[in-house]
Design a protein around this ligand. Structure first.
Ligand code: SF4
Ligand code: MG
Length: 336
C-alpha cells in the first residue's frame, strides 16, 4: 500500500485570456501521517495552487488537472464534488494566512467551531458547544468558557489564528494544510502558533503540509522539505538534509535571503536577483537558468536547453555535479 498522501506527476493549467498558465508542471511527493512536509518557494511558484488542487478547491471551468492525487487509498483527481466536500473539514482541513477569510464576522467563534463538528459527527448542540470550548482551551485561548461566545472582531489577530486552527482541527482531520499560517503575525506570536501546531500534531497524529515562502518557518516545524520554483519541485529531502547541505542554487538563494537570528542586525540580506519566469511561457531547460549564477559551471549549454530532473528521495533538479554543488556551497555560499 502507498503513502497516506501520494501526489504523482501533478499538472495544473489555467486558461487565461493571454494563454495557458502552467501553474504546476509535473509534481510528485508523498506524505505520511504524523509528519509535516514544508513546501517552500516564492509567490507564484505553485505551492498554494498545488494544495488548493489537493483540496479540490480549484475552478473546474478554467482549470485542467492531470496526474494523480491519492489520499488514504482514495483517488481525488476527478472525484465528484460531493466526495471532496465530505472530505474537506472531515478528513482534510485548511488553515489560511488570513483568519478573516475563514471566520465569518456574523457568528460567534464558538458557533463556527461547533457547526462543522455537528455537521460531521451528528453531535447535539450542547455536545458541540462543549467541544468548541475544549478546542479553544487546546489552542490556548484563556477563559475559553467565556470567549466561546465572542465574535471574531473581539479577538486579537493571534487569537483569531488560534480560533481558526481550532476550527480546522475540530473534526480530527488526517491531513491539515496550512498556507502561510503565520505570515500576518508578529514574530513572537508566529513562534507560539508553530509550537501549537506541533503539539496538536502529536495529539491528533495528522499529516501536515506547511506552505511558506520563509525557510525559517519550516526549519523548526517540518520534517521533510520540498522547494518549488516555477511550478516544479527543484529540491527535496529532510529539513535537516536540506538546511545542512542544500544542493540547488535556488535554495542557496532562499537561504541567503533569510535573516539570521545569530547575526548582527546590520548584516545585509541577499535577495535573489530577478524574478520568477512567466508561467505562460516558461523558459526552456532549467526554469531557474535566467536567474542562476552557475550555468557556466555546467558543461555545454545544458542549463538553457535540457530540463533537469528531480530524483526520488534526497536530491535537486540541477545539472551541476554532486562534487561541484558541494564545492560551490561550502566555498562560496556558506562562508557568508
Ligand atoms: Fe543553475 Fe544550471 Fe543548476 Fe539550473 S541546472 S540551477 S541553471 S546550474
Ligand atoms: Mg500563496
Amino acid at each position: 500500500r502507498g503513502a497516506f498522501l501520494s501526489v504523482r506527476d501533478l499538472y495544473v493549467r489555467f486558461s487565461t485570456e493571454d494563454g495557458v498558465v502552467k501553474a504546476v508542471d509535473g509534481l510528485s511527493f508523498e506524505l505520511e501521517r504524523g509528519r509535516t512536509l514544508g513546501i517552500v518557494g516564492e509567490s507564484g511558484s505553485g505551492k498554494s495552487v498545488t494544495n488548493l488542487t489537493v483540496l479540490g478547491l480549484h475552478d473546474p471551468r478554467t482549470t485542467t488537472v492531470g496526474g494523480e492525487i491519492v489520499l488514504d487509498g482514495q483517488e481525488l483527481t476527478g472525484a465528484p464534488e460531493r466526495t471532496l466536500e465530505r472530505l474537506r473539514g472531515n478528513t482534510m482541513a485548511m488553515i489560511f494566512q488570513d483568519p478573516l477569510t475563514a471566520l465569518s464576522p456574523y457568528y460567534t467563534v464558538g458557533r463556527q467551531i461547533a457547526e462543522p463538528y455537528r455537521k460531521h459527527t451528528g453531535a447535539s448542540k450542547s455536545e458541540a458547544r462543549s467541544r468548541a470550548i475544549e478546542m479553544l482551551q487546546k489552542v490556548g485561548i484563556p477563559n475559553a468558557r467565556l470567549r466561546v461566545d465572542d465574535y471574531p472582531h473581539q479577538f486579537s489577530g493571534g487569537m483569531r489564528q488560534r480560533a481558526m486552527i481550532a476550527m480546522s482541527l475540530v473534526c480530527n482531520p488526517d491531513l491539515l494544510i496550512a498556507d502561510e499560517p503565520t505570515t500576518a503575525l508578529d514574530v513572537t506570536v508566529q513562534a507560539q502558533i508553530l509550537d501549537l501546531l506541533k503539539d496538536l500534531q502529536q495529539e491528533f497524529g495528522s499529516a501536515i503540509i506547511l506552505i511558506t515562502h520563509d525557510l525559517g518557518v519550516v526549519a523548526n516545524t517540518a520534517d521533510d522539505l520540498l522547494v518549488m520554483y516555477a511550478g516544479r519541485a527543484v529540491e527535496r529531502g529532510t529539513v535537516r538534509e536540506v538546511l545542512r547541505a542544500p544542493q540547488h542554487p535556488y535554495t542557496w538563494g532562499l537561504l541567503a535571503s533569510m535573516p539570521r537570528l545569530s547575526s548582527s542586525v546590520d548584516e545585509p540580506l541577499h535577495p535573489i536577483p530577478g524574478s520568477p519566469p512567466s508561467l505562460l511561457s516558461p523558459p526552456p531547460g532549467c526554469p531557474f537558468h535566467p536567474r542562476c549564477r552557475y550555468p557556466d559551471q555546467v558543461a555545454g549549454d545544458r542549463c538553457a536547453t535540457e530540463r533537469p530532473v528531480l530524483p526520488d528521495g534526497r536530491g535537486a533538479a540541477c545539472h551541476l555535479t554532486a562534487e561541484r554543488k558541494l564545492t560551490l556551497y561550502t566555498e562560496q555560499i556558506k562562508p557568508r
